[in-house]
Design a binder for this molecule. Structure first.
Ligand SMILES: Cc1cc2nc3c(=O)[nH]c(=O)nc-3n(C[C@H](O)[C@H](O)[C@H](O)COP(=O)(O)OP(=O)(O)OC[C@H]3O[C@@H](n4cnc5c(N)ncnc54)[C@H](O)[C@@H]3O)c2cc1C
Length: 553
């Protein structure tokens, strides 16, 4: 499918974030051309987990996508705990309950998380991209040079690409470019943007293998098995509880190559990590990656947006890398789509950086701290009584690993795309791990069950690619005001009065949203609250002004 350059966006990279960006642009009615240098999506599993908030985003890509992702979830019992052991079947030093991987349940979200493997996830997203009919997918096509779009004066983005089959080059133009080209991002380099933070902390071999480990574990299920003994130090990760596994092996830089780290070495490592003599693992593939804790100095530059690993790279000790990438992409794509469709000014797109860069920095430093804690647990276990802190203390220090509902659901955006109402979200004991629903402007709009007990829907199901006004049972005046803003500004605003037909309040909507019966909230296409009025109105211009401000019009 080829289409006009005037109304399209160029997306570089068909990893999870590039595929998600194309899907999100399609959801918002914008075409894209998706460039991927490889012949297909990845066949090597890398990351494993789509958390609950990411799965809320996936619900927006259609029921088939959501249900297919859920269908590749690992069986129950394999999302928690995180175990620290001498070998997978041997002595255990400690456990952390990783409730974040299991999800907060139906009081907080209508979605459930998925623990699976990246190559399966990407295949599902690619099917959806193709089914959208909005994306020109080009595999075996490498972005080679950013010709234009890297300066604030540029009105469009221009990219040189090369076919890996024929060597032919071509120049593509779009209204903007999304760089989802991973940690070694060519586009980030072309823009001259630096990565801030700690680089190349460790060299890791990621090994995908098959072995009948589950049989030897008995009841010892878990999401991660950190192992530390005189021969090995690393982590085993079950992929399906049926014999497919990954492991992450830290190696010295001189061993960080597929020539040095052979399949035979990987097999010996796995045997020593599992602790079962005679285990015969079948190594399926090896991948190499470096552990970084870095965030790009800018996420938006000229007409280019950095998303996913191109924008930030986390130690995997947190399980938030791909999730933060997708949640950032989700923040950015509706803004970009609204700009392309003439509904908003470019300053709206720039709020992506204001809203998401700080989140990425925070998660980067916690993920780094988690990896330091994990090393402390292993060291404490190895040194026994002579260790400066005990393994139990080190485990207690690590409680945020796998417990991240605060940063998953509780992020409050502050930018010109949010109109504050002077309120603050409720305080929680630990705002990284703990979440209390809040509809303060900037917050993720809380999930409340509506409908009938045998035909429920979530408030989240009402959020489409336009703005959404949710009004209390007596909030008709706000619905009228929203209709007026819709026609004056020529933008879509869906309007729902909770308590209206089919929207029976099953979960305490006005309480969760802190509204009087005649109050209302306005929700953005990314499900975050843009504006709120706890009370009714006789003058709708306040809503008009709020929308103009947030859209930079
Ligand atoms: C070997 C490996 C193992 C990993 N293991 C883990 C793990 O265990 N846990 C964890 O949390 N995270 C892990 N990660 C990181 C995780 O995979 C990323 O966080 C996640 O994939 C980010 O998604 P993304 O779409 O931003 O980038 P990527 O998945 O890296 O996708 C980028 C895409 O861009 C394409 N591309 C790059 N340059 C160009 C170009 N010039 N032209 C066209 N296409 C281009 C690439 O081929 C790739 O398909 C691992 C990464 C690697 C590489």
């Amino acid at each position: 499918m080829r289409h006009d350059s005037a109304d399209r966006v160029i997306v570089v990279g068909a990893g999870p974030v590039g595929l998600g960006a194309a899907l999100e642009l399609a959801r918002c009615g914008v075409r894209s051309v998706l460039i991927e240098k490889h012949d297909s999506t990845s066949w090597h599993p890398k990351t494993r987990n789509f958390n609950t908030r990411t799965m809320e985003i996936a619900r927006g890509w259609g029921r088939a996508v959501y249900e297919r992702l859920r269908a590749i979830d690992t069986p129950s019992g394999w999302k928690s705990p995180i175990r620290f052991t001498r070998t997978a079947v041997g002595e255990q030093f400690g456990v952390i309950d990783s409730k974040g991987f299991e999800g907060p349940g139906p009081d907080v979200s209508p979605a459930w998380p998925v623990m699976s493997s990246q190559e399966l996830i990407e295949a599902i997203l690619l099917d959806a991209v193709r089914a959208s009919g909005m994306v020109d997918v080009r595999f075996a096509t490498e972005a080679t040079r950013l010709v234009g779009g890297g300066s604030p004066a540029d009105e469009t983005a221009t990219l040189e690409v090369r076919s890996r089959a024929t060597g032919a080059t071509e120049t593509l133009t779009g209204r903007a470019l999304v760089a989802a080209d991973g940690s070694a991002s060519l586009i980030r380099g072309e823009l001259g943007l630096e990565l801030e933070g700690a680089k190349e902390l460790r060299h890791i071999v990621n090994c995908y293998f098959r072995a009948d480990i589950e049989r030897h574990l008995g009841d010892r299920k878990g999401v991660l098995f950190f192992v530390a003994n005189e021969h090995v130090n690393g982590v085993l990760q079950p992929l399906d509880a049926a014999g497919r596994w990954l492991c992450q092996i830290a190696v010295p830089p001189e061993d960080w190559s597929l020539e040095a780290f052979t399949h035979e070495r990987a097999r010996a490592w796995i045997r020593a990590a599992v602790g079962v003599e005679g285990l015969e693992p079948e190594v399926l593939s090896l991948g190499l990656w470096k552990l970084n804790a870095t965030v790009a100095e800018h996420f938006v530059h000229g007409r280019v947006l950095l998303c996913g690993d191109a924008a930030h790279q986390f130690p995997p000790t947190g399980g938030l890398g791909v999730n933060t990438g997708l949640q950032g992409m989700h923040n950015a794509m509706w803004k970009l789509a609204w700009f392309v469709r003439g509904r908003a000014g470019w300053p709206l797109v720039e709020t992506y950086e204001a809203e998401r860069r700080g989140v990425a920095q925070r998660i980067t430093s916690q993920s780094l701290q988690n990896s330091i804690n994990v090393a402390m647990i292993s060291a404490a276990a190895a040194q026994g009584a002579s260790a400066p802190i005990s393994a139990e203390q080190a485990v207690a220090e690590s409680r945020r690993y796998g417990n991240h509902l605060g940063v998953e659901f509780g992020v409050i955006y502050q930018s010109r795309a949010v109109v504050p109402d002077g309120t603050q979200p409720p305080t929680v004991p630990d705002d990284y791990s703990d979440y209390l629903p809040s509809a303060t402007p900037g917050a993720r709009a809380p999930h409340v069950w509506l409908g009938a007990s045998d035909a429920r829907l979530s408030t989240l199901d009402l959020f489409g690619s336009g703005l959404t006004l949710l009004a209390g049972p007596g909030g008709d005046a706000w619905c009228t005001a929203a209709a007026d803003v819709e026609s004056k500004l020529d933008i879509p605003i869906d309007r729902y009065r909770i308590g209206g037909p089919g929207l029976h309040d099953l979960g305490g909507f006005t309480k969760a949203y802190e509204l009087g019966d005649d109050g209302a909230v306005l929700v953005r296409p990314d499900g975050h609250v843009a504006w709120r009025s706890a009370a009714g109105t006789r003058d709708g211009t306040v809503l008009h002004d709020a929308v103009r401000q947030m859209l930079s019009r």
